[in-house]
Design a binder for this molecule. Structure first.
Ligand code: PEP
Ligand code: MG
Length: 578
């Protein structure tokens, strides 16, 4: 029967496929017992066999860049799946306790979690995530309709789950997942950012999806509007096809803008940079005429692997980025691990009481000088191949910038003495994403070559609203008057000192906000290449002079509704490409 679930669109694209439901880590199953113990044991063993075959099949199909990263997960999961303690424990629970296989999984998971939680080593403690994934796979296999097509792999299916970690997303795409629907999450989370970068349709905040969608149901997912239709009818299928056609048409129209300047109606050129992490992003940024890379998040090099990348591995990644942009500037952000960007190497402290305000970003780099110097050396070496800027995340005080620059200068000096080719000067900029940095900017702008507004975090810290908390999703808005006033102030400070100022948070990639940012005095925007042409189109339909004249009205707006009304009063965006 047709059902419709509302969610939030987090990564555009339309997908039609069967659902693969993955239950949350802590299995929500009630205590139940069975009479026929032997049949229940068979049921469990069949499910384990299915999972083993699935994982084996997946391992065989992996190739290319994902093979190593994803292969590591799979090998570990295969080991866990064969672990006698896990398997015997499950058998014993069914045999002795007469529990259902589902409940035995829950008991066994909690028992193992108890052991892991007591471990001192944060890396080992974090292994419980892997146990959860393996138990989740077995649980899903217990409930799979064996007659359904698609069993044996997730390729071509739509994953429905509670949450997906950023590192897992690339793995899922490598497995051929068409789209992801999560019950929690936020369009501004790192998972969402990565989904857009991978062009993987994602709907977040689809509460109730786990109750209302069964494994094998057919879903029509629209990652733009956030609508999920279960068992779509003829009209839905027509709509899906129309959406695909519309997306293709829009892409064609937008493609005409590839070689056009990002120029307002009154002739002001806006610098559009790309936020790029993958090789594909870099190629796309280049092809779309991005000014350069405005944000390269180096933590993505650290997220997927249990080993910290060494200088050589980092150098190669940064050098290839520089080479990929053929002479256009690339902005490499130093490590911003922490909070929701937890790595698998144990570098980030576990169980911080308040990780968003904890040892993250530049604080972590400065607390680990050897690690930081390794990264600085790798970046400095890459600067021998083309123009590089260094961007420092989570800056909250002048001292941090001063120390970073001193370390960078020392590293550059050492490399020069060793005969390495490095740039004469590497501009140093700060992410303005902590309100203290925004407010105190006049006191330390002299120590910076450029600034980049990280609106994702700035909104979170300024409004005291967790960017990943879906219960507060409505409150998390860059259209709060406090946010706009602060953006305006930062832009004025930077411009008055002749320092370039850009926005590299998700706000910059939303064409709707382009007139607003231009009005506030921001003339550089950095976004995922997937949205660059839409933003270019919006700029080409904007008149800077008129927008600036309307800033006083914008600053008088007393609430979000007033700001939205201001935005709506802007001239409709002209097509600009035809
Ligand atoms: C930001 O905070 O706006 C930003 C660009 O950084 P990240 O999203 O990686 O925290
Ligand atoms: Mg940030």
């Amino acid at each position: 029967m047709r059902r419709e679930l509302p969610g939030q669109g987090a990564s555009r694209g339309s997908a039609l496929g069967r659902a693969r439901v993955r239950l949350p880590h802590v299995l929500d199953v009630v205590e139940e017992r069975v009479e026929d113990v032997a049949a229940e044991l068979d049921r469990l063993h069949d499910a384990i066999r299915i999972v083993r075959a699935e994982m084996h099949g997946l391992r065989q199909r992996l190739h290319g860049a994902l093979a190593q990263e994803v292969g590591e997960f799979l090998d570990l999961h295969a080991l866990l799946l064969d672990d006698p303690e896990l398997l015997h424990g499950l058998d014993d629970l069914i045999r002795d306790g007469h529990y259902t296989a589902d409940y035995a999984l829950r008991l066994q998971r909690n028992r193992i979690a108890g052991v892991f939680e007591g471990m001192d080593d944060p890396y080992l403690r974090s292994r419980i995530d892997d146990i959860d994934q393996v138990i989740g796979r077995i649980h899903a296999a217990l409930h799979r309709d064996l007659g359904a097509p698609g069993v044996g792999g997730i390729a071509g299916e739509i994953l429905v789950t509670d949450n997906v970690a950023p590192a897992e997303l690339a793995q899922l795409q490598g497995q051929g997942v068409m789209a992801v629907v999560t019950t929690t999450g936020n369009p501004l989370s790192h998972t969402a950012i990565l989904a857009r970068s991978l062009h993987l349709p994602l709907v977040v905040g689809a509460t109730g999806a786990l109750q209302k969608i069964n494994d094998g149901d057919v879903l029509a997912v629209d990652g733009g509007s956030g609508r999920v239709v279960v068992e779509p009818g003829a009209a839905d299928l027509r709509e899906h096809r129309a959406r695909l056609r519309e997306l293709a048409r829009e892409r064609k129209q937008l493609r005409r803008l590839r070689r056009e300047p990002s120029r307002t109606l009154d002739g002001m050129d806006v610098k559009l940079w790309a936020n790029a992490e993958s090789r594909e992003d870099v190629a796309e940024a280049h092809a779309l005429g991005a000014a350069g890379v405005g944000l390269y998040r180096t933590e993505f090099l650290f997220l997927g692997s249990r080993e910290l990348p060494d200088e050589e591995a980092q150098f190669r990644a940064y050098r290839d980025l520089v080479l990929g942009m053929t002479g256009r500037t690339v902005t490499i952000r130093t490590l911003d691990l922490g909070a929701d960007k937890a790595d698998r190497s144990g570098l980030v402290l576990e169980n911080e009481p308040n990780p968003a305000m904890g040892l993250r970003g530049v604080r972590l780099s400065l607390a680990r000088p050897a690690l930081f110097d390794t990264q600085l050396r790798a970046i400095a070496r890459a600067s021998g191949y083309g123009p590089v800027r260094l961007l420092v995340p989570m800056v909250s005080a002048r001292e941090e910038v001063v120390v970073v620059r001193a370390r960078l200068d020392r590293v550059l000096g050492e490399l020069r003495s060793a005969g390495q080719e490095v740039a004469e000067h590497i501009p140093v900029g700060a992410m303005i994403e902590v309100p203290a940095a925004a407010i105190a900017l006049p006191a330390f702008i002299d120590a910076l070559d450029f600034v980049s507004l990280g609106t994702n975090d700035l909104v979170q810290y300024l409004l005291a609203v967790d960017r990943n908390n879906d219960a507060l999703a409505d409150m998390y808005s860059p259209l709060h008057p406090a946010v706009l006033r602060l953006l305006y102030k930062v832009a004025r400070t930077a411009r008055a000192r002749g320092k370039p100022v850009s926005v590299c948070g998700e706000m910059a990639g939303d064409a709707l906000f382009a007139p607003l940012l231009l009005a506030l005095g921001i003339e550089e925007l950095s976004m995922h290449p997937g949205t660059l042409l839409e933003v270019r189109r919006a700029i080409r339909g904007s008149h800077l002079g008129e927008l600036r004249a309307r800033v006083p009205a914008l600053m008088r707006a007393r609430d979000r509704a007033g700001i939205e009304a201001w935005l709506q009063r802007q001239a409709p965006v002209a097509p600009g490409g035809d």
